[in-house]
Design a protein around this ligand. Structure first.
Ligand code: ZN
Length: 301
């Protein structure tokens, strides 16, 4: 078992069995197996149902049903022990699925699903979001076709191969002495603050991206950058890289475009934010990696 901090949407328990993806005869047989299961999504929202023992769970359908639900080949997510697990995206709410549960926005229900199932949903959501954006070849503009059980797009016109994208984003808690920095964008809901964040640019290391973002968004100078944990974030294809960065001072020069307001928090205040008792800052969502970073720092990491 892999050790380390597991954020929401990480911890997919499936064996991705990538060696099976290109085996067409195995794939064709696997989808028809009576034990094969499929996760269904509609516009990125997974089909879920009430779980008698808890809150919500994935409403898996039989693997062979996917052939009636969509003209596109299902994606192979992997194996749960010996059981093949597929995913299919449908239009709207097909009558075939009447009574099978409901489609829900993943971010809103992530904490009501078992963590492992939230991670499986995030995998399928990210994969289908990529497919939707890569129906045409980025090299020559011709239509692409699915390969490797949904994990590759191939262009018959120029032979280019396209693979699912993962875009690295640095998200960092700046610390100075015994305080840490959170900021908010003007368009966010009232009292919502988070760690600062930004995309890694070409030619940058993770540490350099972190230092640049802190300089751009808050005028701060980083002297050390420590990795905490990461999080797949399928909106649509980010990998959040959670960092704790020590800076040389607490004089903030806000970026007038990106960050509207900042707060330096003591550890006590950070604990109050996490508990939802801070007078000015609303509780951070446990779904977000910013919550993990703030909790880790508040507890002395
Ligand atoms: Zn092409």
């Amino acid at each position: 078992m892999l050790r380390g901090f597991v954020n929401t949407f990480a911890g997919n328990p499936l064996d991705r069995a990538a060696d099976r993806r290109g085996d067409l005869s195995w794939q064709k047989a696997a989808i028809l197996r009576p034990d094969a299961l499929a996760l269904v999504l509609s516009r990125g929202r997974p089909l879920v149902e009430a779980d008698p023992g808890g809150d919500l769970r994935i409403a898996y359908v039989r693997g062979d049903l996917t052939l009636q639900l969509s003209a596109e080949a299902p994606a192979f997510l992997g194996l749960w022990k010996e059981t093949p697990i597929f995913a299919v995206e449908v239009e709207g709410a097909p009558p075939l699925l009447a009574g099978a549960g409901g489609f829900e926005e993943l971010r809103e229900i992530a904490l009501r699903l078992p963590a492992t199932e939230a991670a499986i949903c995030a995998t399928a959501k990210g994969l289908f979001a990529w497919r939707e954006r890569h129906r045409f070849c980025a090299n020559c503009g011709a239509a692409t076709e699915s390969a490797e059980a949904g994990w590759k797009r191939r262009c018959a016109a120029c032979n280019a191969e396209h693979f699912p994208r993962t875009d690295p984003v640095v998200i960092m808690l700046a610390t100075y002495q015994d305080r840490c920095l959170v900021g908010r964008q003007e368009r966010w809901p009232a009292r919502m603050f988070s760690a600062l964040a930004g995309f890694v640019e070409p030619g940058e290391s993770i540490e350099e991206a972190c230092a640049r973002e802190l300089k751009e968004e808050a005028g701060l100078t980083a002297v050390s950058v420590r990795y905490h944990s990461s999080q797949p974030w399928p909106y649509p294809s980010s990998l959040m890289i959670g960092l704790i960065a020590e800076v040389t001072g607490d004089q903030v020069v806000p970026d007038p475009v990106e960050v509207h307001e900042h707060h330096w928090l003591t550890r006590d205040e950070a604990r109050a934010v996490i508990a939802g008792t801070h007078p000015l800052i609303r509780k951070t969502s446990p779904v977000a990696i910013a919550h993990s970073l703030l909790s880790a720092w508040a507890e002395g990491e």
